[in-house]
Ligand binder design. Sequence first.
Ligand code: SF4
Length: 805
Amino acid sequence: MAISSRNLHMLRLSLRLRPIGTRGFASHSSEPISFSVPPEFKTRTPPYAALLTRLEKVREILNRPLTLAEKVLYSHVVDVEEAFAGKNGHIRGETYLKLNPDRVAMQDASAQMALLQFMTCGMDSTAVPASIHCDHLIVGHEGAKKDLQASIAVNSEVFDFLRSCALKYGIQFWGPGSGIIHQIVLENFSVPGLMMLGTDSHTPNAGGLGAIAIGVGGADAVDALTGTPWELKAPRILGVKLTGQLNGWSAPKDVITHLAGKLTVRGGTGYIIEYFGDGVQSLSCTGMATICNMGAEVGATTSTFPYTDSMKRYLVATRREPIADAASAVNNIHGYLRADVGAEYDEVIEINLSELEPHINGPFTPDLSTPLSQFAEAVEKNGWPSKLSAGLIGSCTNSSYQDMSRVASIVRQAKEKGIKPKVPFFITPGSEQIRATIENDGFTDSFLDAGAKVLANACGPCIGQWARDDETMGKQNAILTSFNRNFRARNDGNPATMNFLTSPEIVTAMIYSGDMKFNPLKDKLIDADGNEYLLEPPQGDELPQSGFKQGDLGYLPAIDPLPVPTAEVVVSPASDRLALLEPFEPFEGKELKMNVLLKVKGKCTTDHISAAGAWLKYKGHLENISNNTLIGAMNEETGEVNKAYDFDGTGYGIPELMIKWKSEGRPWAVLAEHNYGEGSAREHAALSPRFLGGRMILCKSFARIHETNLKKQGILPLTFANEADYDLVNGCATIETLDLLQMLNNNEAGSGVITLKVTNQDGSEHIIKAKHTMSKDQIEFFNAGSAINHIGNLRRQRQGLEQHI
Ligand code: SF4
């Protein structure tokens, strides 16, 4: 059958796919609005003209002032009519948006699975510009040079695989030592008005430069990489009004550590946090990035800031002046990069920066926020260790030039007084550019002179890749970091390490005291002559006066690498770290019947579901990494961690029982409590349960990214309609869906209720209701077996039709 080009075009629209082999920013208009940039900046500049044109259509339908986040997000919607017409303005929190992100960034641990999935789709190149960053697999131990050499030796097969994928598909490859994903994105790719996806939960860091940047799993990244619209329920908008100006010891970090205390780890779920108010103009671009970065700790979809002079200064300082000019023009002429006058937020929180004091958050959760003036009392009251065991600064969150220069001012003060840190001090530069610049400006010498250890430009201790030498393993101890996340065992693998988060300035002041109750605003240190003195508040420069140094140019990839289709992807069949993927089976078309393998008690983050640390090395080998599935979870019925019981009462490690039940052909479900899957956007936390035979997660509530990840892998995520029903179901109980087929066949997308029949081992039966949030596309994923299966099916259909033309 011959198909006309018009029909093919209509089919493409219905499949929502870009033509194979084409690449470019999402663009749907040739309107003569021009914000041109030189060719070498083109793929790093959002298609402002097209975005403005689309935004006009959005305005025509919604007919109300829009917030900044709405403008950027809605102007990336694939089909404005479909998304917004006939909804009577019920968009936020209700409407699913199909979006065309402009760019994708992937870190080495999550990129492996994203690329293994992308490979199954059979494309020659990615549909949008993308980058790979080798940062998570580098261990922090002896210092940058040795650590880097050792980590490259241990991880070479993974780096070779990633490099070969980058070459084949035309993806930028930032090798080990080049820096941490979010710092490199900020320095190179984030731009006001950009929409990007990143396979890491701290991708929102790019919001410091006015982007809408969202952390996703690898399967979501594959949507963007294949040009398949990426779906997101339109978030609500939480406005944070900043007034006043930071001063003294307070830093941008305190905005978000304070806010985390107000919102808790769940308070931002379903929201974009949009900052506004006079106080915004006083913040540095990198300070705003820190604030956006840690928006992930309150569960926010992302965070963003309106365009400021400091963003312009940062763009110019990072050699992107033409992009700064284009952003200034699009904002000055059209007001695109700020909220409309009269735009309404779903909620507003106000923070007066002039009154904000430093905060310390933790241990074990980023929302346990204590103002510095009350921290000594909290240490006493809670029985936290009174001695500090180590201080760590840097990471993707706080390694800006401004952070480092303020820290250097404290270190220099201490040197003048003849004192040294009382505990080990570690510094992680966020990128080669930061490393080279702080070395050039003498900060590194000051740090080394103080006895600090400068680690590689990589994640290291922030993600459990910290080989500690100080014999604290297994012992209770307290560390202070300027990192962003502090779940138990996150840094050194020791569950007894109490990890507190604060600004780099406060970490640095505290290491000179070594006392957890020290408050540099009022407590004095003793100098080398035995005299008491008070540290002066830190001083620093927003940007280097003599400019950023790029350091080792060998790290810089081509700006627009072309795909090399003949390149071979390097995967050894004998590898225990990489394995090509087999597609999951499609849905069998009948009601599900499964058994409860585990009832999880309490907090269950993606760290509990798919532990990092030593397991990171198996990210590209689904079978091997699945041996870590839920090993951190607590069994509600026995209080044991990593213990599940078979029908005859025999106890197993949780993944062991999953493997046993899989081999017996017994599908299973896991029950859990609130915010299941909070924390890092860890795709394996969905892939591994699916691989081991999991069919359903039933809990009191989900973390957004993880719920989406489950849907993408063909697992049914449900929440109890009545939370108390959690108590009705016991381990090994049989759960049957009674009307799943009705929901799937009638395409009852959006939200709805599914009825479950529960039969406990003691014979007691219960009919309970559970809620789903499956969209139409997600129903397709479930039917196909996974999102990747669905995309592959669509692509094969299209190729078949194109061959008939
Ligand atoms: Fe790396 Fe930590 Fe940043 Fe994640 S949060 S990207 S692990 S430095």
